[in-house]
Design a protein. Structure first.
Length: 54
């Protein structure tokens, strides 16, 4: 998925016009980084691990 697709999808979500994605891609490894606290890094990590658990 190209960065332009991601930005376009984020815009559609913000406008309330996004359609559901039937099949989300799943990966064995994810990377995330943010230096701020309280933005949901732990929650996101937990949810990704739950969704990708086979």
């Amino acid at each position: 998925m190209a960065i332009t697709d991601i930005i376009s999808r984020q815009y559609d979500i913000a406008q309330g016009e996004a359609e559901n994605i039937e099949e989300l891609p799943k990966f064995k490894t994810y990377a995330m980084c943010n230096l701020r606290g309280g933005i949901g890094k732990t929650t996101l990590s937990f949810n990704l691990s739950y969704l990708t658990d086979d």
